[in-house]
Write a protein that binds this ligand. Structure first.
Ligand SMILES: Cc1cc2nc3c(=O)[nH]c(=O)nc-3n(C[C@H](O)[C@H](O)[C@H](O)COP(=O)(O)OP(=O)(O)OC[C@H]3O[C@@H](n4cnc5c(N)ncnc54)[C@H](O)[C@@H]3O)c2cc1C
Length: 365
């Protein structure tokens, strides 16, 4: 019998499995399809909230902890597995000229470097941009990872650590008795464990509902498009009026994203493709001449104010939740995994756990 069952093999489940296994615990990770093929694959991999000053302190605290830890994590993964998740400090250039005061007020608390830049600085920093942007912000420390590669590296790493991974296995029910978790029911069998962690991203509320708890995690669709360009065409992540472009090392440029409340619908739409392409070409005119390689959609696990649910289930002993990371699950994942591990082990936590506690933020179904 495993010590822990983790349900859901996105970045939150993968990193929680890694963190729990570090103490020598027996961990089983159960994933309905293949590891990391949902939101964790679809995301952009920017290691900062967009306009972080618009988010509650709780989100920034997790992001801040993770940002400091990411270089170590990535180095450990490269050493262990040979797979490079391409952590790159590309910086974030914000072209909105009305964010200056809010950004400057936010920066000191999170030790963030925010420089005010004018049109000439913008043109110098990123020559591929069109030059109508009079002012903006430059955040040189912001990094990115290539999230599909991060998933691959974590998969290999968990194998080396002896974590048992069951793919193509859906958990259909949580098994509890007298207010205590006993394990899970899959399509094939019962799997027993003393502690169970729900890390099912946008699908987390569905599984928890049968235990009589409404956890407000809901799917929010995001569509992205991908251009293929020469390496170095664009060097920095650029954000403008809620849209962004992300240059990868190999020249690919991701453009995101839409925000759509359409339930569990991952269809892509012609309208979104055209909107994204238009904004992208307005920002980076040379994209007009480059081929669009791909268009996809993912379901973010939306939550109130984007603050995830991390901690014990309000009524079932031994059951924990790590879900609802909304737009910032890649950047918050390492800290979220560590926080949950600290809570489970009843040790001092990396950040104050209260804002994330499911109790008081969920309601009886
Ligand atoms: C377009 C887009 C852009 C984004 N950009 C960024 C960004 O730049 N930076 C950032 O930090 N974040 C970004 N995000 C958000 C980030 O991707 C998510 O917050 C994060 O990936 C959530 O991880 P997760 O593991 O909770 O969910 P998921 O990756 O969705 O994983 C949940 C897993 O649970 C499995 N599952 C569900 N139900 C069951 C069940 N009953 N049994 C077994 N398995 C089950 C699913 O199959 C899935 O693999 C973006 C998201 C999108 C869609």
């Amino acid at each position: 019998m495993a010590d822990f069952i983790i349900i859901g093999g996105g970045l939150i489940g993968l990193l929680t499995a890694r963190s729990l296994s570090e103490g020598g615990a027996q961990v089983t990770l159960i994933e309905r399809s293949r590891l990391g093929q949902e939101s964790s694959w679809a995301g952009g991999g920017i290691l900062s909230p967009l306009y972080p000053w618009k988010y509650p302190a709780a989100v920034n605290q997790l992001a801040h902890w993770s940002q400091a830890y990411y270089p170590t994590l990535v180095e450990e993964l490269i050493q262990a597995t040979g797979i490079d998740p391409e952590w790159t400090q590309s910086g974030l250039l914000v072209l909105d000229s009305d964010q200056r005061e809010a950004a400057q007020a936010w920066a000191p608390e999170f030790e963030a470097e925010v420089q005010i830049v004018g049109a000439a600085d913008i043109a110098r920093l990123e020559p591929a941009l069109q030059t109508e942007h009079p002012a903006g912000l430059w955040m040189p420390a912001v990094a990115q990872v290539r999230n599909p590669l991060l998933v691959q590296a974590l998969r290999a790493d968990l194998k080396l650590r002896g974590v048992r991974v069951a793919e193509n296995t859906e958990v259909t029910h949580l098994l509890s008795k007298k207010g205590r978790i006993r394990g899970v029911q899959t399509e094939l069998s019962e799997v027993m464990a003393d502690q169970v962690i729900v890390a099912c991203g946008a699908w987390s509320a569905t599984l928890l509902k049968e235990l009589g708890e409404e956890v407000p995690v809901m799917p929010v669709r995001g569509q992205m498009i991908l251009f293929r360009g020469p390496p170095g065409l664009l060097q920095r992540i650029v954000l403008w009026e809620g849209h962004y472009v992300i240059p990868r090392r190999d020249g690919r440029i991701l453009v995101g994203s839409t925000m759509e409340e359409v339930g569990f619908d991952k269809e892509i739409t012609e309208e979104a493709r055209e909107d994204l392409a238009q904004v992208a070409r307005q920002m980076v005119p040379v994209l007009e001449d480059l081929p669009m390689e791909r268009h996809w959609a993912g379901l973010r696990p939306g939550s109130p104010s984007g603050v995830p649910f991390i901690g014990p289930h309000p009524r079932i002993e031994g059951l924990f939740i790590n879900a609802g990371h909304f737009r910032n699950g890649v950047v918050m994942a390492p800290a979220s995994a560590r926080l949950l591990t600290d809570i489970v082990r009843q040790q001092p936590t990396v950040v104050a756990p209260e804002p994330f506690a499911p109790a008081g933020r969920s309601s009886a179904a």
